[in-house]
Design a protein around this ligand. Structure first.
Ligand code: PGA
Length: 247
């Protein structure tokens, strides 16, 4: 089974009209990589990035979505609004959303449901903290995080999603998981999906995230169950993101 590689930039709360345009210009000077790739930009820049990314052969993504369809939810953005903005992908359940903004497994699951209902492709993030890893809770934690989504939308719905394994201790720390550690968790996640639906598990793209850079991408992506990456810091420079895509 060959799954098409997917590499996604998570710009987080970074960028400006000027910097974003320069990023796209820089990217367009480089040769198009063979993998599928997308950029998840802050909400206010989605309209700016839509035509630039289309020209660059890159997909457009958002970094969050409301679980609600419409109404009195000040400051929130619905899945249908993202569709209106031309968005294809949406990151859901990033550890920064879980820890800084109190998103529980149940909230994450309902956001995935809302995104799927609107026709978006969720990138469902899971990952353990350092303390959970050190107390041998990694697989229990990530399977519980993914299990909450499966209970809400069913395993077959994962065919329209990607999953991102992002150990919290590796995000923005410069300290990536080793290829072996990441592969072990990716294989466990695929097995967990296969217990519900073997075909969906075979096709599911499981991305690794957490301090991926041009220098370590190739060895991570060489692992059999690592199908691409979710890239934070290194995605802020188009040359580095391009080098990771090329890997
Ligand atoms: P990082 O972030 O690449 O800067 O570690 C990854 C992420 O948070 O998605």
């Amino acid at each position: 089974m060959t799954r098409q590689r997917l590499v996604v930039a998570n710009w987080k709360m970074n960028g400006s009209l000027e910097a974003n345009a320069a990023w796209a210009e820089g990217w367009m000077r480089l040769e198009r990589p063979a993998c599928e790739a997308a950029v998840c930009a802050p909400f206010v820049y989605l309209a700016q990035m839509k035509p630039l990314l289309a020209q660059a052969g890159l997909g457009l993504g958002a970094q969050n979505v409301s679980q609600h369809a419409a109404g009195a939810y000040t400051g929130e953005v619905s899945a249908q609004m993202l569709v209106d903005a031309g968005v294809e992908w949406v990151i859901i359940g990033h550890s920064e959303r879980r820890t800084l903004f109190g998103e529980t497994n149940a909230v994450v699951a309902s956001k995935v449901k809302a995104a799927l209902a609107a026709g978006l492709k969720p990138i469902v993030c899971v990952g353990e903290t350092l303390q959970e890893r050190e107390s041998s809770q990694t697989l229990r934690v990530v399977e519980e995080q993914l299990g909450a989504v499966i209970s809400e939308v069913g395993a077959k719905a994962l065919a329209s999603c990607a999953v991102a394994y992002e150990p919290v201790w590796a995000i923005g720390t410069g300290k990536s998981a080793t290829p072996e550690i990441a592969q072990h968790v990716h294989a466990a996640l695929r097995d967990a999906v296969a217990r519900f639906d073997v075909e969906t598990a075979r096709q599911l793209r499981i991305l690794y995230g957490g301090s991926v850079k041009p220098s370590n991408a190739a060895e991570l992506f060489a692992q059999p169950d690592i199908d691409g990456g979710l890239i934070g810091g290194a995605a802020l420079k188009s040359e580095d993101f391009h080098a990771i895509c090329a890997a």
